[in-house]
Design a protein around this ligand. Structure first.
Ligand code: NAP
Length: 808
């Protein structure tokens, strides 16, 4: 690498850095309200069949399927092989497709997109696109080459008489139970007589007998979402949807009977194949009726709909019937892909990502397995020779471009971070999603500018001895759920900067901001340089990476227990390791402080992100002379702290990120009570949805109780009294962990001397947990191995080669 200075060049960068460091400027970055997602960047995929396909139909003998990334696939051999359409002008998800004949077809999707083909799906042109609002269309039907109807979010009904040159919006009546006509309309199906039906949200079916001009409601009696429907030859109607619900009407929709579908998984589409009715749904579920589906109700017992699980393969491969879970606007489901060798990759199944503020799923992510790890590692190995030889300046340019792409997508990334972690957009002292994304941008730029110059040890008449830094090869990055995007950046950017290629696996609890980051990066980096594999809870993805012979180094941030497993698994090929593990950081407050002045700061460094930060203050030792006063101040601040949904502008603390962590905090609180802890505030979870827990201060505990000795990783702080400073340093050092520690005092010299006696990777005076991209950060003892950030962190992604050139 070249020798170059490393300035924080632009004012913007300095501002972002301030955000990253949690300084007040962060608030200026944070918008007041949730921000809608931006349209996705254009992407043409060579192996597009791996992207989820959401709708399919026949155009003459041809099968045409559409799906994620605006991909359209065509098969002329009854589905044996598919190729990608030639021209598709949209890049957002397409949900459905309809052909009037073998040439004229229309596909609809997100951003209200309607695209049209006149050559059987080879080339498409935009007829409608809403650039202001992502109001997706979910279904489309054309009666002939002129007349068609499309439906979508919030009762959106569009109609055309001229082959889609113009579309009129049709108003549908208010629902029978009153209120606005704002149901989501999911699927159009048509009876043999030409009546139009729409399966809709809240158990409704809509009907139109005049090609979509006027509509009325049919009431199934069901209250959940109906995602699909089918009209049979005898006029019978079947609708199906949420959690395996299935209803049938034999009297033209006047009355409906519930049918046991045999499935508890949601059903997303139904199709008639000869005399069979086949249904498909979430979890790869497939159901079927053996009697052709024609007949009275008694011919439809549950036995005729045996749910056949474990058929995901068949379900995914039968493309004309495959229905990946649709973007269900009832839960605002977002769908993500893995990324391997520059291509979006779906797995056989997906897993849901939970918004901790509501406890419900908001996104679906592919459940990858060891075969995806193999594919990703192979891609990264292929990409390594060219990337490692790419000139330094070019790698820097690409990484700065990546930083700029993150910045351009800051609102979108912030929303994803808030949805998946619960942390507020703004947050306590500006520590929230704004800081996470702002910090990621700053770290990217600063790390891109880092240099590891050639060192010259000797240069005389006899010989010249140089020390070179060389990339290691393929780096595997495994990240935790608490700061998913920021930690991904901390791993990926220095690895790439040094010339390595990367396979990253985010936590299954918060994978989506990372997925989007990798997608943005892949629009900039060569294929295979950065790959993403996602795995469901307890999947083989993490262990497969840890033991993979094709991975040269693992950089892991997470719990100490997992770190030990990764270290053992990596022994096979002597993997290089950077392990950033758990901490149980102590803060020591000396008697000379101004209690009122430091209390808000102490509260901030403990409770930001709900205490779910590795280097948060987690044990607070306070001198007996100021103990009660400081305890009271901290409790007062806790009681005025606003806890709520992170998407709300006023929220300072969001929910705990996941149910397991909430249970752990509750368990530690119960133990603290049993040990005689005095709860000054909080001490309980909030009733209602989401994983909310009141910020909690517990006095009168001492070392030996679980809340003091274990890392709580939640919004609960034990405040411990001490009288002797030497003794308290020894108590702080008793922990097996050694990530960070702090001393708080008006006497900076004495405080610095005491701080250096703490056994930890970073010691702060009158601060805690603040990190910066040019200063090394890491743990000692069982808090980890190695450091991140700055030149020292960058060096960990390299090996040393000594070059000795004899001159005589
Ligand atoms: P975790 O349970 O150890 O999980 C971290 C990652 O490891 C996840 O992606 C997880 O995947 C994966 N994983 C689990 N078992 C694995 C195995 N056998 N082989 C390979 N990978 C495996 O940690 P967490 O609960 O997400 O994070 C909280 C912990 O991280 C806390 O202890 C915190 O202190 C620590 N942390 C440390 C730092 C630091 O810089 N020192 C920073 C942040 C957090 P799945 O989720 O898919 O199981």
């Amino acid at each position: 690498m070249n020798i170059k200075s490393n300035p924080l060049r632009q004012p913007l960068l300095a501002l972002l850095l301030a955000v990253a460091l949690g300084q007040g400027a962060a608030l200026a970055q944070v918008p007041a309200a949730p921000i809608p997602l931006q349209a996705q960047p254009a992407r043409q995929s060579a192996s597009a069949a791996l992207a989820p396909m959401l709708g399919a139909t026949k155009a003459g003998q041809r099968i045409v399927a559409v799906g994620d990334y605006g991909i359209a696939l065509l098969s002329d051999d009854d589905g044996k092989h598919f190729r990608q359409a030639g021209k598709m002008p949209v890049s957002s998800t397409l949900t459905a497709v309809s052909f009037a004949d073998d040439k004229n077809g229309w596909a609809v999707g997100h951003w209200g997109a309607i695209v049209h083909t006149t050559d059987g799906g080879e080339n498409w042109a935009i007829q409608r696109l809403d650039t202001q609002e992502d109001r997706p269309l979910f279904s489309v039907h054309f009666f002939n080459a002129e007349e068609g109807v499309a439906v979508g979010l919030w009762s959106l009904v569009l109609r055309t008489h001229d082959g889609g040159k113009s579309w009129e919006t049709v108003q549908i009546p208010a629902p029978p139970e009153g209120g606005k006509a704002d149901r989501n309309l999911f699927k159009i199906f048509v009876s043999p007589k030409g009546s139009l039906f729409v399966a809709a949200e809240r158990g409704a079916v809509l009907r139109s007998d005049d090609k979509g001009q006027t509509w009325h409601y049919l009431n199934t009696g069901y209250k959940g979402s109906l995602w699909t429907g089918l009209a049979l030859a005898d006029g019978s109607l079947i609708v199906a949807g949420l959690r395996g619900s299935l209803y049938r009407s034999g009297d033209d929709g006047k009355s409906w009977q519930a049918v046991d579908s045999g499935s508890k998984s949601s059903l997303t589409d139904l199709v008639q194949v000869d005399k069979r009715i086949v249904g498909v749904g979430l979890d790869g579920v497939e159901i079927e009726s053996h009697d052709g589906g024609i007949g009275c109700r008694r011919q439809w017992p549950g036995a005729f709909f045996p749910a056949r699980r474990g058929r995901a393969d068949a379900c995914q491969q039968a493309l004309s019937f495959t229905v990946e879970p649709k973007n269900n606007q009832e839960t605002n489901m977002k769908i993500f892909s893995m990324l391997i060798d520059g291509q979006p990759i779906a797995a056989r199944t997906t897993f849901p990502v939970i918004n901790p503020a509501t406890g419900t799923a908001f996104a679906l992510v592919p459940a990858g397995d060891a075969s995806h790890v193999d594919a990703a590692v192979a891609a990264a190995r292929r990409a390594f020779p060219a990337w490692s030889r790419t000139p330094d300046g070019e790698r820097q340019r690409l990484l700065h471009a990546l930083g700029a792409a993150l910045e351009a997508h800051m609102p979108e990334l912030m929303e994803l971070v808030t949805l998946e972690t619960g942390k507020p957009l703004g947050g306590l002292n500006g520590v929230g999603a704004g800081m996470e994304v702002g910090g990621s941008i700053a770290w990217t730029h600063v790390t891109a500018d880092l240099e590891l110059p050639v060192e010259i040890l000797q240069d005389n008449a006899e010989a010249r001895v140089e020390i070179h830094r060389k990339p290691l090869g393929v780096v595997g990055s495994i990240t935790p759920w608490n700061w998913p995007l920021m930690i991904a950046i901390w791993h990926v950017i220095p690895a790439l900067r040094a010339g390595n290629t990367v396979v990253i696996k985010p936590s299954e609890l918060s994978p989506v901001a990372t997925a989007r980051f990798v997608e943005l990066a892949n629009a900039i980096l060569p294929p295979g340089v950065l790959n993403l594999v996602t795995g469901a809870a307890g999947s083989e993805v993490g262990p497969a990476m840890a033991s993979h012979p094709g991975i040269d180094k693992i950089v892991f941030t997470g719990s100490t227990a997992t770190g030990r497993r990764i270290m053992a698994a990596g022994a096979g090929n002597l993997k290089r390791l950077t392990l950033e593990l758990g901490g149980n950081d102590a803060g020591i407050v000396l008697p000379d402080v101004d209690v009122k002045a430091i209390a808000p700061k102490l509260f901030g460094v403990t409770f930001h992100n709900n205490g779910q930060t590795c280097a948060c203050l987690k044990r607070l030792y306070v001198h007996e002379s100021i103990y009660e006063e400081l305890c009271g101040e901290l409790a007062r601040i806790a009681l005025t702290t606003v806890v709520g949904d992170g998407l709300q502008a006023e929220t300072q603390l969001g929910p705990i990120q996941n149910a397991m962590q909430l249970a752990k905090v509750e368990e530690l609180a119960a133990d603290a009570r049993a040990q005689g802890g005095r709860f000054l505030c909080g001490g309980q979870r909030r009733a209602g949805a989401g994983y909310f827990y009141e910020p909690t201060i517990v006095a009168d505990l001492t070392d030996g109780s679980r809340l003091v000795d274990e890392e709580p990783f939640g919004p609960i702080l034990p405040v411990i009294k001490y009288s002797d400073v030497d003794e308290v340093i020894a108590r702080a050092n008793q922990s097996l962990n050694g990530l960070g520690g702090s001393v708080w005092s008006a006497d900076l010299v004495r405080a610095a001397e005491l701080a250096q006696r703490l056994e930890c990777g970073t010691a702060w005076v009158n601060e805690h947990g603040a990190v910066q991209p040019d200063a090394p950060f890491g743990g000692v003892k069982q808090s980890g191995i190695g450091v991140e950030f700055g030149r020292h962190g960058l060096a960990e992604y390299t090996s040393i080669q000594t070059l000795k050139i004899m001159k005589s």
